[in-house]
Design a protein around this ligand. Structure first.
Ligand SMILES: [Zn+2]
Length: 231
């Protein structure tokens, strides 16, 4: 045993690593999520079907090449504790780990081939300051590792977004779309982009981000979120 693994051994003795889903202690072979939870992850398998509930969210709204979510989100379920640990308890490795699993699945999907790069939905600067990291970036990191694709941060939050109140529906939509801006549009020309977010609810933020990316000549946008909250 070298010094580092001795240290890890001792650390684990006093602070055992726990499963980010069920909070049981992990054994030495397990990483982030215990095998029991891993086998019971509520995977959607949506990326193997062109017509799925996620792609339907965007139908008639925006032209997306393909869309999917990795897991079903349900209150008090396994995925809720995972997301809670990721977003509110600073457990970045949950995002990276699940992102890796997700990426392995996407590599098998005929709908998610020919992607050039990954872009995470940027977090509002205020939230980024309080949370310290962007959870979508952690998911993107995992995806990047297993799919062997680069991450790009050219999609950014606009500095100025006026208030949403007292606006018509059209103005509100325009306003939502303008929450994003692109810093280097030349580098995105003709690229197939995988746009990543943590949870899909109404799809408004993803629609806005995708809309902005599609303004760049020749781009195609694919959407992947870690979880899907059926509301
Ligand atoms: Zn577990």
């Amino acid at each position: 045993m070298n010094i580092l693994s001795k240290f890890e051994y001792l650390l684990n003795l006093f602070y055992p690593k726990i499963c980010m889903s069920c909070s049981q202690a992990l054994n030495s072979q397990e990483e982030t999520i215990c095998i029991k939870c891993l086998l019971r992850l509520p995977k959607t398998g949506f990326h193997f079907h062109e017509d799925n509930p996620i792609s339907r969210v965007f139908w008639g709204r925006i032209d997306i090449a393909a869309a999917t979510s990795f897991l079903f989100f349900s209150k008090q379920g396994r995925v809720q504790s995972l997301m809670h640990n990721l977003k509110y308890r600073g457990q970045k490795e949950v995002g990276i780990y699940l992102g890796k699993l997700f990426g392995n699945d996407l590599k098998e999907s005929p709908l998610f081939q020919n992607i050039d790069l990954i872009i995470p939905i940027p977090l509002h600067p205020k939230k980024l300051a309080t949370r310290g990291f962007n959870q979508s970036m952690m998911i993107a990191k995992g995806l990047s590792e297993s799919m062997e694709l680069p991450i790009n941060e050219y999609l950014q939050r606009s500095i100025h977004t006026s208030t949403q109140t007292k606006k018509s529906r059209y103005d509100r939509w325009k306003n939502v779309k303008d929450i994003f801006e692109i810093s280097e549009s030349d580098s995105l020309k003709n690229k197939n982009i995988l746009l990543v977010d943590d949870v899909l609810t109404t799809g408004a933020t993803l629609e806005a981000g995708a809309g902005k990316l599609l303004e760049v000549e020749g781009t195609k946008v694919y959407i992947a979120t870690l979880a899907y909250a059926n509301i």
